[in-house]
Design a protein around this ligand. Structure first.
Ligand code: NPQ
Ligand code: MG
Length: 368
């Protein structure tokens, strides 16, 4: 495979409902897509960075700049390299994992399409469908929260994740636990909204039989996660803190986390995501697939990843309609609370180019 050119597409997609987390309220998704054009065909990757640097230090215009100025030029200087060499090709760039992941995924898609191999086969997936959960934003009040959760339960979602923050935690969780009954799978995600002073407060969550509490403290603060994990029955799960397989091993060995959320964008790509999966499996730590409000391009790859053996908890792999009225690819639809793992070459989905043009924020940038 020889890379001939790389395109950056920037599109806007309205969300079907505002999504509020401890870091703010989103009403639209500002999306950056990478297309690689090679002598054996095209490949697509989606950058999961948000419009603003509020989930992590990355943001979409920054990702676009580092792709344009560093990552894409590095690939164009070594256009024959297989995707497995991409990590070392761009290791001179520190961080910028979401930007790297988008380009690596596009290369992987092109490479696998050329040999008619699916992402799932390449990852070593063991399932042909995956259990789906849904992430529920912070609601205006308990009644609207219960309405929203009831709708997702009716759609078949197998696990509910509530976004929480100080002052919007114990009572919403209590209400949703009552709605779901004792058997319903329920977990919470704080997106770093708490501090060490909140450990006693968070212990109240033990009353609600949660699957886990996700990332209560800032990314760099492994120590406070260790302290919470020792003080609480509810398993602690890290998201933002887990930047690669080595950090995962360290956090597990120090007992900061007993379950891990894997997002390929956050760890620099699907190849590293597979490594995180593998080290967690060796250490007996279950994982689940996170989500970043992806279009069908990113969703397809996530569903393939979630079909690996140690993804034993339902992921934030929701249906397309959870976020978008219309998807950029063929839509992902739940069947009995599950999504079907794509089997076609590469990601197995097709970008609807007429929508790409209709939703473009600006003309694509082509580098060659
Ligand atoms: C999480 N995702 O697990 C993230 C955070 C998140 C599905 O809860 C726009 C783009 C809005 C990406 C809101 C879920 C977002 C976003 C939240 C990611 O922490
Ligand atoms: Mg999270």
């Amino acid at each position: 495979m020889r890379v001939e050119s790389v395109e950056l597409h920037r599109i806007a997609m309205p969300l079907v409902r505002p999504f509020e987390t401890s870091f703010g309220r989103q009403t639209a998704r500002d999306i950056l897509l990478v297309r690689v054009r090679t002598d054996v065909g095209d490949g697509w990757g989606e950058c999961v960075a948000m419009a603003d640097p509020v989930y992590s230090s990355e943001y979409v215009s920054g990702a676009e700049a580092v792709l344009r100025d560093y990552l894409i030029p590095a690939v164009l200087r070594t256009p024959d390299a297989p995707v497995e060499a991409f990590g070392s090709l761009v290791s001179f760039v520190i961080g910028h994992r979401m930007a790297k992941a988008a380009l690596e995924t596009a290369l992987l898609d092109a490479q696998l399409r050329s040999t008619s191999t699916s992402f799932a086969t390449y990852f070593g997936a063991v399932r042909d469908e995956v259990d789906c959960g849904v992430s529920v934003g912070i609601a205006a009040d308990i009644d609207s929260l219960l309405d929203e959760v009831s709708g997702y339960v009716a759609e078949g979602y197998r696990r509910i994740k509530l976004k929480i923050k100080p002052g919007r935690d114990i009572e919403p969780v209590r209400a949703v636990r009552e709605l779901l009954g004792p058997e319903g799978l329920l977990q919470v995600d704080a997106n770093t909204a708490y501090t060490a002073a909140d450990i006693d407060h968070l212990r109240q969550l033990d009353a609600f039989d949660l699957l886990l509490i996700e990332q209560p403290f800032v990314e760099e603060d492994i120590a406070t996660h260790i302290a919470l994990a020792a003080a609480i029955e509810t398993p602690v799960c890290l998201d933002e803190s887990i930047l690669n397989a080595e950090v995962a091993i360290d956090a597990i060995e120090r007992r900061a986390t007993s379950i891990i959320n894997i997002k390929a964008g956050r760890v620099g790509g699907y190849l590293e995501a597979v490594r995180v999966h593998d080290v967690c499996a060796e250490l007996g730590v279950p994982v689940w697939c996170g989500g970043m409000l992806e279009t069908g391009v990113g969703r397809a790859a996530n569903v393939a990843l979630a079909a690996m053996e140690n993804f034993t908890l339902p992921g934030d792999t929701s249906g397309s309609s959870r976020y978008f009225a219309e998807d950029l690819t063929e839509p992902f639809e739940l069947h009995d609370g599950r999504l079907t793992v794509p089997t076609g070459p590469g990601s197995g989905v097709t970008v609807r180019e007429e929508l790409l043009a209709a939703w473009a924020l600006r003309p694509p940038l082509t580098l060659s």
